[in-house]
Design a protein around this ligand. Structure first.
Ligand code: GLV
Ligand code: MN
Ligand code: MN
Length: 428
């Protein structure tokens, strides 16, 4: 293995690739399902357009590129030496929330590619697989992580029954996608996968407040996604006295304000109702049905579970008081995850070697690392996110922080090479 020794050389390389990456993120933001804003969902034509643009970049970097049957884009840069050497996975997601920014997910994928490009001269004793996961946000089906779950063999059970806005199920969408694309390969994790590294904007204000470019993630909060429905009676808005109504929206609204109050009693917990729909939806019709989404998160699974129960109980109490029927179900749950202590320390040391101070952080946002970590030792690096603005078109990243991330990444590759070499030696 050869290493670049002069730190200023490496900083210059990182700066060069940071500029390229910022340009790539902006270019990929043009791939959208909704003109005028960024939206890319699982298995959509906009996602295929992203693949068409990223694939030649990967190939030019000497990578073998495939798309798997769950729509994940995967490029492998071979190890120097035997095919049997371990593989370092570097990835994030290429899908977005509605009206998204240009960096959430995409930045992590282009960072993986930039690390392959920037280390082209190095001879590492491991292959690098860069993965652009097809779904992390869950925008199309409500359930997140479909891409990474497919890779770890966890796209199954009830998850396959989730339907999109057109009534198409996950199972139907995946079957159709693969059938139309015979070149796609099975969505599996290579048995040689030795570690997973994900770079992501922080999506919050902590690093900016601490004046730090980078943070090292050591754990991710668990999350629950739920549906809560209030069933009342639709009726004439002019003829039904207020006291005789069963207004589903009035009940839903009362519950929503209680969600905010109850969650405040659970320290560090967050609960969000991001979607509501009202039926039949006439200006002069009393709402008969309200459907609400509910997203609950906490770093301790027991706290999150207790909060979900408390919010469901409150929905029942509001329903009982108002004569409404309430249906509440949790349709997706992901336990809190601790990342691999050894790799977390390696990322921290790589940051120090690149000249950056870091803090350890817990992510409130969900990331593909949550799904991969139980299968492959994983680490995550956060980049400062100006204004903490994310899931919003004003989301941004600073080019100098992107350069810091690449610099960290190059130092990480050196350390990982030493770790792999040591491990192979001990095995022999
Ligand atoms: C994705 O960004 C999530 O945390 O829901
Ligand atoms: Mn993301
Ligand atoms: Mn996101």
């Amino acid at each position: 293995m050869t290493t670049m020794t002069r730190p200023e050389t490496r900083a210059a390389v990182a700066s060069k690739y940071a500029a390229i990456m910022m340009k790539r993120c902006r270019e990929l933001a043009q791939c959208t399902e909704t003109p005028g804003e960024i939206l890319r969902t699982f298995l959509s034509p906009a996602m295929e357009e992203v693949h068409r643009r990223v694939q030649p970049w990967m190939e030019a970097a000497g990578m073998a590129v495939v798309v798997d049957r769950a729509g994940n884009l995967r490029g492998v840069a071979p190890a120097s030496g035997s095919d049997q050497l371990p593989r370092l996975l570097i990835g994030s997601h290429l899908d977005t929330v509605p009206n998204a920014g240009a960096y959430d997910g995409v930045l992590g994928v282009v960072t993986g590619l930039a690390l392959v490009e920037a280390s082209a001269e190095q001879k590492y004793p491991f292959a690098i697989e860069v993965i652009g996961f097809s779904d992390e946000e869950g925008t199309r089906f409500g359930a997140p992580f479909l891409g990474s779950r497919a890779v770890v063999g966890d796209l199954r059970g009830k998850l396959l029954e989730c339907v999109d806005g057109k009534g198409v199920s996950v199972a139907e969408a995946v079957t159709h996608y693969a059938a139309q694309r015979p070149a796609t390969v099975e969505a599996t994790l290579s048995a040689k996968s030795a570690a997973y590294l994900e770079f992501h904007i922080e999506q919050g204000p902590v690093l900016e407040n601490k004046n730090l470019a980078l943070g090292i993630v050591e754990g991710l909060a668990g999350q629950s996604r739920c549906r809560v429905e209030f069933h009342g009676h639709a009726g004439h808005a002019g003829t039904n006295p207020m006291k005789l109504r069963k207004d589903a929206l009035a009940g839903g609204a009362e519950w929503m304000t209680r969600v905010e109050q109850i969650t405040a009693h659970f320290e560090n917990a967050v609960a969000t109702i991001g979607q509501i729909s009202v039926e039949p939806g006439g200006v002069n019709v009393i709402p008969g049905l309200v459907r609400c989404s509910l997203d609950v998160r906490h770093a301790e699974d027991s706290v999150r579970t207790a909060l979900v129960q408390a919010l469901f109980c409150e929905a029942s109490a509001v329903g009982a008081k108002r004569g409404l029927d309430v249906d509440a179900e949790q349709y997706h749950e992901h336990a809190a995850v601790r990342l691999d202590p050894g790799l977390v320390a390696m990322a921290e040391q790589a940051a120090a070697c690149a000249g950056y101070s870091t803090i350890r952080m817990t992510s409130g946002a969900g990331h593909d690392a949550m799904v991969i970590a139980p299968h492959v030792p994983s680490a995550m690096v956060f980049l400062r996110n100006p204004g903490g603005i994310s899931h919003h078109p004003d989301e941004s990243a600073k080019e100098e922080d992107v350069a810091a991330a690449i610099h960290l990444g190059l130092c990480f590759l050196d350390r990982f090479a030493e770790y792999v070499t040591e491990k192979e030696k001990n095995r022999a």
